[in-house]
Design a protein around this ligand. Structure first.
Ligand code: BG6
Ligand code: MG
Length: 222
C-alpha cells in the first residue's frame, strides 16, 4: 500500500476565509469601473493570480481592451490595497473550523505539511493566523511562473518537501486548484460544492468535515 508523506494546503478559502475578502475587494474595484460581479462569477477568480483575475474581470465586463498595461497594474494595485486593508482584521480566531485539529493530527502522524497559495499576501496571512510553525514549507508565489490550474506550484512544494507527487495530498477550494493538484499527480481533496469541485478525489462541503483518518483512508483506497 502506498503511504502518504505530505499534505499540501491552499490558503485562501481552505485555512481561512480570506476568499471572501478577495471577493469583496474585486467587487469594489469592479464597481469603480462599471463592472458588476456576483458570487457565481467569483468562482472563476478563486485560486487564480491577481493579474489573471483582473483580466477575467475585465473580460466579464467586456472592457478587456479599455486599459493600458500600466493602467491594469494600477487597477490590480488598488484591489490589493483594499485586500490588505481587509486582512488587517485577520486573527487566529479566523482559522476555519476543523483546520487546527487537522494540522495537529497530520503532524502527530509524522507527515510533512506544505502550502501552495497563489497569493503574494500568504506569508502575512499565515503570520496573522499564527500557524507558521505547522508548515515545513510555504511556496513563495512570486517564484512561480505559471498560475493554477498549472500544477507548477504544487510540484514546487513537493520538491521542496522532498516527497514524490504520488505520495502527496493537496487540499483546495477552487476548481483551478483541484486541476493543479491532479495535474501534479497528487490526490485532490476538495472543500466546497459538488457542482464546482466534482472532479476532486474526495470532496467535503466545508472544513469542519475534514478529518485526517478519513482523508488517509480515502487516499489509501484510491
Ligand atoms: C489565491 C486566491 O489564493 O490568491 C485568489 O484564491 C487571489 O483569489 C490569488 O487572486 C492571488 O492573491 P494576491 O494576494 O497575490 O492578490
Ligand atoms: Mg483557495
Amino acid at each position: 500500500m502506498k503511504s502518504v508523506e505530505a499534505v499540501i494546503f491552499d490558503l485562501d478559502g481552505v485555512i481561512t476565509d480570506t476568499a471572501a475578502y478577495h471577493y469583496e475587494a474585486w467587487k469594489e474595484l469592479g464597481e469603480s469601473i462599471g463592472i458588476a460581479i456576483d458570487e457565481e462569477f467569483n468562482e472563476q477568480l478563486k485560486g487564480v493570480s491577481r493579474m489573471e483575475s483582473l483580466e477575467r474581470l475585465l473580460r466579464h465586463g467586456n472592457r478587456q481592451d479599455d486599459f493600458t498595461e500600466q493602467e491594469k497594474e494600477k487597477l490590480a494595485t488598488r484591489k490589493n490595497e483594499q485586500y490588505k486593508r481587509l486582512i488587517k482584521r485577520v486573527t487566529p480566531d479566523d482559522i476555519l473550523p476543523g483546520i487546527k485539529q487537522l494540522l495537529v493530527d497530520i503532524r502527530q502522524d509524522g507527515i510533512k505539511i506544505g502550502m501552495a497559495s497563489a497569493s503574494k499576501n500568504a506569508f502575512e496571512v499565515v503570520g496573522s493566523l499564527k500557524i507558521a510553525e505547522y508548515f515545513d514549507y510555504i511556496v513563495d508565489s512570486s517564484t512561480v511562473s505559471k498560475g493554477k490550474p498549472d500544477p507548477e506550484i504544487f510540484l514546487k512544494a513537493a520538491e521542496a518537501l522532498q516527497v514524490p507527487s504520488s505520495r502527496c495530498i493537496g487540499v483546495e477550494d477552487a476548481e483551478a486548484g483541484i486541476e493543479a493538484i491532479q495535474g501534479a499527480g497528487m490526490f485532490a481533496v476538495g472543500v466546497g460544492k459538488p457542482q464546482l469541485l466534482g472532479k476532486a478525489d474526495y470532496l467535503v462541503e466545508n472544513t469542519s468535515l475534514l478529518s485526517w483518518p478519513e482523508i488517509k483512508k480515502r487516499y489509501h483506497h484510491s
